[in-house]
Design a protein around this ligand. Structure first.
Ligand SMILES: N[C@@H](CCC(=O)N[C@@H](CS)C(=O)NCC(=O)O)C(=O)O
Length: 215
């Protein structure tokens, strides 16, 4: 069975929980409290030397990086196109998410709402997060003028990767008021079958039976 090391409030961990829920794959959820330092223990660093979640254990092998995990889980499913160009387009938007979107949008939410005293600790970064985050939202808004989804004209793991932090961007003090197409796309992603929210977790009993219980 798959085992996912995850932090419930982490957008990167949510990507993987959402993917597993949509696939209906049973998995064991191991909660790692990064706010209590559980990701920096010798035991966890032995699993992931980077000391970060999410981390997936599959058949005794370990895989870090949320988007790499999505790519692994999506193989052979409707979430990853077969066509080489469309696969590359999917990856293009997943790289965009990591390089241009997450560093502003996710960092603002993490430090401004999740870390006690985070605003004071990182005051000098707030303007940069806002600038980078709004630039990423503007790129998304422009792209969505031509298509309902980010790659291959259909729902893929690129949408899933971008959704995780965009749907909670307002928690990081971003306003989506000027981004109507992004708001419309958030609605389409949430309407795709099997969607679960960030609070969802599989029931332990169902996972032990090899089933995946929906909330
Ligand atoms: N690029 C990585 C980023 C992982 C990451 O930064 N995870 C955060 C939680 S969302 C974490 O573990 N933070 C604790 C730390 O970096 O000390 C991914 O997409 O998985």
């Amino acid at each position: 069975m798959l085992k996912l090391y995850s932090t419930q409030s982490s957008g990167n961990s949510y990507k993987v929980r959402l993917m597993l829920a949509k696939l209906g794959r049973p998995f064991e959820l191991a909660e790692v409290d990064i706010f209590a330092g559980e990701h920096r223990t010798p035991e966890f660093l032995a699993l992931n030397p980077e000391g970060r979640v999410p981390l997936l254990e599959a058949d005794g092998r370990l895989l870090a990086e949320s988007n790499a995990i999505l790519f692994y889980l999506a193989e052979g499913t409707r979430f990853l196109p077969d066509d080489a160009f469309e696969r590359a387009e999917t990856l293009r938007w997943m790289f965009f998410e990591q390089n241009s979107h997450e560093p502003g949008i996710a960092a603002a939410r993490f430090w401004l709402t999740q870390v006690r005293g985070g605003r004071d600790l990182r005051t000098h970064d707030v303007d940069r997060w806002m600038e980078e985050g709004y630039a990423a939202l503007a790129v998304m808004e422009r792209h969505l003028a031509h298509t309902d989804f980010f790659a291959a004209d259909r729902f893929t793991i690129a949408d899933l990767a971008l959704y995780a932090h965009t749907h909670v961007a307002e928690e990081g003090e971003f306003s989506l008021a000027a981004f109507p197409r992004v708001r419309g796309w958030l609605g389409r992603v949430a309407a795709d079958p099997g969607h679960v929210d960030m609070a969802w977790r599989p029931s332990v009993a169902a996972a032990e039976r090899g089933e995946l219980a929906q909330p």
